[in-house]
Design a protein around this ligand. Structure first.
Ligand code: NAG
Ligand code: NAG
Ligand code: NAG
Ligand code: NAG
Ligand code: NAG
Ligand code: NAG
Length: 372
C-alpha cells in the first residue's frame, strides 16, 4: 500500500525543498578568537546581545492542513502511533538541567557506554564550558551524554552508573546500541530533552568524536541573524542525496518510500531549535522507522514540519578529513577526532600566542590526522 504512495511523497518532499531558501553565513575567525580570549579565558562576559535568551516559543508547527496531507501520504490515521518512542530510563539524568540557572543551550553528545575516555576528553576540553557558570558568553550551557546499552550489559551498566554518579552528565536509555538504532537514540534523546530540559532554546547535537570550537559556536549563536528563526544550522547537503537500499546506510522501501532525501544536514554536529522537538517526536511516532538519523530528522521530518535549514561551512561532515590549520579556527565543529587530538585542539584554541597557523609543529599530524 505504501508503495503506491511513493510518488506522492516524492512530490511533497521535492516541492517542500524547492521553496526553501538557503543562506550562506560568514564568521570572521579573528573575531571569534578575540571573543574567546575575552570570554572563556577570562571567565567574564563582555559584550554581545542576549538575543538567544529571547526566543519566544511558538509550538504546534503542525497545522491542520499539514496533518491532513501527511495522513493522505501514509494512508493511516494521524492518531495511530506506529513507531512509539516511549523511553525506559536506566539513568534519567533528571538533575542535568535542573540547575540554579536553567540552561539555554544544551550540548547533547551521542556516545557509547564503552567510550569512557572520549567522554572524559570532552569534559576536560570543550565540554567544560558547561561547568563554567552562566556568565561565560551569557548563555547558560549544560552538557549531556546520551547512551544506550551494549552487549555485556552488566559490566558496562556498572561502569556507566559510577561515571554518572561522579559527573552527573549522563542519560542512559534501555535500547540496544547499533547503527540501525541511531534514529531511535535521537528520538529518545528528544524525548529526554522535552521531559527534563525544557528550559533550553537550542541544542548542539554532536558525536563523541567531534571537537567543537566553543568560541566560534557561541559567536555564531549570538550573531547569526537567523538563529531565532526556528532554523536548523549545520553542514547542509543541498541535494539531499539518494536513499540507498543496500549497504551501511540501507533503508527499506517501506521505511522510506521516496528515492531521494530532502536537503538535510550532516549528523556529525548541528544546532537545532528546542521548538522543533515536540512536533518532530509526534511526527516520527506516526511514520515508519527510518534508520538514517540525520537524513530522517533534519530532512524528512523537517521538510514536513516546514522547519528552516541553513548551511554553514563552519560545520563539518565526515567527508572533510583534512583541514588547513589556518581554517581550523573558524570551524565550529570538526569530526573524526581521537582523544589525544581532542586535547591538542583544545590547547590550540585556548592557549594565547600559539595561533600562528604557519608553524607546522603546533599542528602535529601524528596526533591529529585532520592536519595531515
Ligand atoms: C581579562 O579581563 C581583564 C579585566 O577586564 C583585562 O584587563 C584583561 O586584558 C583580560 N584578559 C584577556 C586575556 O582578555
Ligand atoms: C545577560 O543576559 C541577561 C538576560 O537576558 C541580561 O539581563 C543581562 O543584561 C545580560 N548581561 C550582559 C552582560 O549582557
Ligand atoms: C563502582 O563503584 C563502586 C563503589 O565505589 C565500586 O565498588 C565498583 O567496583 C565500581 N564499579 C565499576 C565497574 O567501576
Ligand atoms: C534496537 O533496539 C531495540 C530495543 O532495545 C532492540 O530490540 C533491537 O534489537 C535493536 N535493533 C538493532 C538492529 O540493534
Ligand atoms: C526570520 O527570517 C525572515 C526571512 O527568512 C526575516 O525576514 C525575519 O526578520 C527573521 N526573524 C527573526 C526574528 O530573525
Ligand atoms: C596541552 O597543554 C597542556 C598544558 O600546557 C600540556 O600539559 C599537554 O601536554 C598539552 N597536550 C597536548 C596534546 O598538546
Amino acid at each position: 500500500m505504501i508503495k503506491k504512495k511513493a510518488k506522492s511523497i516524492v512530490l511533497i518532499l521535492v516541492a517542500a525543498s524547492v521553496i526553501i531558501t538557503f543562506f550562506s553565513v560568514e564568521i570572521v575567525s579573528r573575531d571569534a578568537f578575540t571573543f574567546f580570549k575575552r570570554n572563556i579565558l577570562n571567565e567574564t562576559f563582555v559584550h554581545t546581545s542576549s538575543r538567544l535568551l529571547n526566543v519566544t516559543p511558538t509550538k504546534n508547527l503542525l497545522t491542520k492542513s499539514r496533518i491532513e496531507s501527511i495522513r493522505k501520504i501514509y494512508g493511516h490515521s494521524w492518531d495511530e502511533v506506529i513507531t512509539p518512542y516511549a523511553a525506559k530510563y536506566v539513568i534519567d539524568g533528571r538533575n542535568i538541567c535542573n540547575a540554579l540557572s536553567p540552561p539555554s543551550l544544551l550540548i547533547f553528545v551521542l556516545s557509547l557506554p564503552k567510550n569512557t575516555e572520549e567522554r572524559q576528553a570532552i569534559r576536560r576540553t570543550w565540554g567544560s564550558v558547561a561547568s563554567r557558570g552562566k556568565y561565560t558568553f551569557n548563555i547558560s550551557t549544560k552538557l549531556a551524554f546520551m547512551l544506550g546499552r551494549m552487549a555485556n550489559e552488566i559490566v558496562f551498566d556498572n561502569l556507566v552508573y559510577n561515571e554518572s554518579a561522579l559527573y552527573e552528565d549522563i542519560v542512559q536509555i534501555d535500547f540496544m546500541e547499533s547503527r540501525y538504532n541511531l534514529t531511535r537514540k535521537m528520538m529518545h534523546g528528544l524525548g529526554w530533552i522535552k521531559t527534563f530540559c525544557g528550559s533550553v532554546s537550542y541544542i548542539l547535537k554532536a558525536d563523541d568524536d567531534t571537537f567543537t570550537n566553543v568560541a566560534t559556536m557561541f559567536n555564531y549563536l549570538l550573531t547569526d541573524s537567523n538563529i531565532n528563526n526556528k532554523t536548523i544550522h549545520g553542514h547542509l547537503y543541498r541535494n539531499g542525496g539518494h536513499v540507498l537500499r543496500t549497504g551501511k546506510y540501507a533503508v527499506k522501501k517501506d521505511e522510506l518510500p521516496s528515492s531521494r532525501y530532502p536537503p538535510y544536514v550532516s549528523g556529525t554536529a548541528y544546532i537545532m531549535p528546542y521548538d522543533a522537538i515536540s512536533d518532530m517526536l509526534d511526527l516520527a511516532e506516526r511514520l515508519p522507522y527510518c534508520p538514517v538519523d540525520d537524513a530522517f530528522m533534519t530532512g524528512v521530518l523537517r521538510v514536513i514540519l516546514d522547519i528552516k535549514i541553513q548551511h554553514s561551512e563552519y560545520f563539518t561532515d565526515m567527508f572533510e578529513r583534512k583541514i588547513n590549520p589556518c581554517k581550523f579556527y573558524s570551524k565550529i565543529a570538526v569530526t573524526n577526532i581521537n582523544t589525544k587530538c581532542m586535547y591538542l585542539l583544545w590547547n590550540l584554541t585556548t592557549h594565547v600566542g600559539v595561533r600562528d597557523c604557519k608553524q607546522p609543529k603546533l599542528y602535529d599530524k601524528n596526533i591529529c590526522s585532520i592536519f595531515g
